[in-house]
Design a protein around this ligand. Structure first.
Ligand code: NAI
Ligand code: 15L
Length: 271
């Protein structure tokens, strides 16, 4: 059955803000949660993902969860462990116990961030396959590998279905030259989450989440197979973005690796 009541964790964040505006237009009735207040939504549940009982209460009675909550950048291992790893575990346990059938998991390109950019033109005949092995570029990316593996376990063992979306860069507009390759427009994000909520029999399915970017190089076929039809292309912003930031330069992290600058960020910077 098509899910109707959907819990959005991380509702106060950037992607949460886009989705709480767009998803009701697809017919969903949203329940919002975040550790932080959700602007303009006093009814939102104040839930720390570390609080198992509160998480269980938050998922009770919904048909599906869109799990966005957690740290969205690199941080110390302890903080990543608490918010992203234990948080995801608490969420999946709650979903299993409450009989919720479907999760859409905000994974990230940083689960495979140390994947090198294919150097040779002949390597680019085919876009990067979704089967690319885990190659996290941060503790943050590592927590997304954990999340995807957790989703796999709960699908196989308990029949909790998940679509893990390895999101590229979901912002209002592409903010730098790398994002011309990785951008997921807010409208395409809603299209993809809707497809992920409604596609039948997904088991655990992993997809890349970007718009139909001219400069994109990650395979969108798995997302399209769910029914996703991207409508946006970052190329519309290319001239102004490249004029401001310059082209990608060979030898830099943004050029060498899928995960860009995350490959050089140090968790010590967050202590
Ligand atoms: P964000 O940082 O703006 O939002 C995350 C939200 O999670 C925040 O509102 C924060 O208060 C909440 N949160 C953090 N710790 C929590 C805890 N312990 N308990 C409950 N809530 C907690 O991030 P954004 O950009 O909205 O991303 C949403 C999700 O999508 C994240 O999981 C992120 O890793 C993932 N993602 C986002 C990308 C993007 O381009 N925006 C790219 C790839 C993945
Ligand atoms: C992510 O996973 C981050 O949450 C987001 O802030 C962006 O930096 C994005 O990846 C990206 O790779 O652009």
């Amino acid at each position: 059955p098509t899910p109707h009541r959907v819990l959005l964790t991380g509702a106060a964040g950037g992607v949460g803000t886009f989705l709480r505006e767009s998803l009701p237009g697809y017919g969903y009735s949203l329940r919002l949660s975040d550790i932080a207040p959700v602007p303009g939504a006093p009814e939102a549940l104040a839930v720390d993902l570390q609080d198992r009982d509160a998480v269980r209460e938050a998922v009770r009675g919904v048909d599906a969860v869109v799990h966005l909550g957690g740290l969205s950048l690199e941080n110390t291992f302890d903080r990543i462990l608490a918010a992203n790893i234990e948080g995801a575990y608490n969420l999946y346990e709650a979903v299993r116990e409450e009989g919720v059938g479907r999760v859409v998991l905000a994974s990230s390109n940083h689960a495979i961030g140390f994947t090198p950019r294919p150097e040779h033109p002949e390597d680019r005949k085919q876009d990067l396959p979704i089967e690319t092995p885990f190659r996290p570029d941060t503790f943050y990316g590592l927590s997304k590998c954990f999340g995807e593996s957790l989703a796999s376990l709960y699908a196989d063992k308990y029949g909790v279905e998940t679509v893990s979306i390895r999101i590229g860069s979901c912002f209002a507009v592409p903010a730098n030259t790398r994002m011309l390759e990785t951008w997921l427009s807010p409208a395409d994000c809603a299209r993809l989450v809707h497809a992920a909520l409604t596609a039948p029999d997904v088991g655990h399915t992993v997809v890349f989440g970007t718009s139909a970017n001219t400069r994109g190089w990650w395979d969108l076929a798995p997302a399209r197979a769910l029914g996703y039809e991207p409508q946006d292309d970052s190329e519309a912003f290319a001239e102004s973005v490249v004029a401001e930031h310059g082209p990608l330069v060979p030898g830099t992290p943004e050029y060498r690796y899928l995960g860009g600058a995350f490959t050089t960020v140090q968790p010590e910077g967050f202590r």
